[in-house]
Design a protein around this ligand. Structure first.
Ligand SMILES: Cc1cc2nc3c(=O)[nH]c(=O)nc-3n(C[C@H](O)[C@H](O)[C@H](O)COP(=O)(O)OP(=O)(O)OC[C@H]3O[C@@H](n4cnc5c(N)ncnc54)[C@H](O)[C@@H]3O)c2cc1C
Length: 223
């Protein structure tokens, strides 16, 4: 199968870097094709503006979705956006590997979505959710947190399924992806090296059977 990993961490020696490495190793060893977008290494610019496009629909007023729809009809995406779009279109499974930052993805990853997930190309009228363009593809969030699992309750930080809703429901399911259970390593910095080695092993084992998994219903996810 074809797997795209979007990796958003600035430090290759980080725990996220270790999770990326084991994922690449494990998935390729069992015969999958893997492509990576290492956003920091690519120095991906998260600022979305006219530089997303080689075409101009309205030179007087920049309305991003209108320019996206126009670029979708006229092959008008800048090359670096087009390449990312083609990777998403290519994959059967897309994994995002990231540390939870301010209850969300790092800005570089949010900016990647803002620029790459274009109207007309990745979604359009009548083509969202169950009619989404990426029906048949799967997506999986793999993330680490600083906060311990015990804090992710409604009385404290809030449930993680609520925190991840904007990503899983607002981006992934919106464009038609089926979402697999998120893979979460809580309290990363508080775990010993031995515990983290186990966490890496658990991720490896999950990936070995990832294509056997059923998607979750994001709205009803119980953890
Ligand atoms: C801007 C910002 C916002 C944040 N917001 C939140 C938030 O909203 N909620 C929250 O819970 N947290 C938050 N955090 C904390 C953040 O989520 C954690 O710092 C992050 O998830 C830890 O992952 P890491 O890859 O950076 O870990 P690292 O610091 O790289 O690693 C943790 C430990 O893993 C060890 N390690 C690395 N590789 C291996 C290996 N191969 N084998 C064994 N051990 C290894 C390292 O030596 C280190 O001791 C925030 C942090 C920042 C900077």
């Amino acid at each position: 199968m074809k797997i795209l990993i979007i990796y958003a961490h600035p430090e290759p020696q980080s725990m996220n870097g270790a999770l990326l490495s084991i994922a690449m190793e494990t998935l390729t060893a069992v015969g999958h094709e893997v492509k990576i977008s290492d956003l920091y290494a690519m120095q991906f610019n998260p600022v979305s503006d006219r530089s997303n496009f080689t075409t101009v629909n309205d030179p007087l007023f920049f309305k991003q979705q209108q320019e996206e729809a126009y670029a979708s009809q006229t092959e008008g995406f800048a090359n670096f956006i087009e390449q990312e779009q083609q990777k998403v279109e290519w994959c059967d499974l897309m994994i995002w590997q990231f540390p939870l930052w301010w209850f969300s993805v790092p800005a570089i990853l949010k900016g990647w979505v803002d620029r790459v997930f274009a109207m007309g190309r990745f979604y359009k009228n009548g083509h969202i959710y169950e009619n989404g363009i990426f029906q048949g593809k799967k997506a999986l969030l793999s993330l680490t947190t600083g906060g311990p699992e015990a804090n992710y309750i409604s009385e404290r930080y809030g449930d993680l399924d609520v925190i991840l809703h904007s990503l899983q429901r607002g981006i992934l399911e919106f464009t038609g992806f089926s979402v697999l259970r998120p893979h979460v390593i809580y309290g990363t910095e508080k775990q010993s090296a031995a515990e983290l080695t186990l966490r890496i092993e658990e991720w490896k084992n999950r990936l070995l059977n990832v294509f056997e998994e059923d998607p979750i219903a994001v709205g009803n996810y119980q953890g």
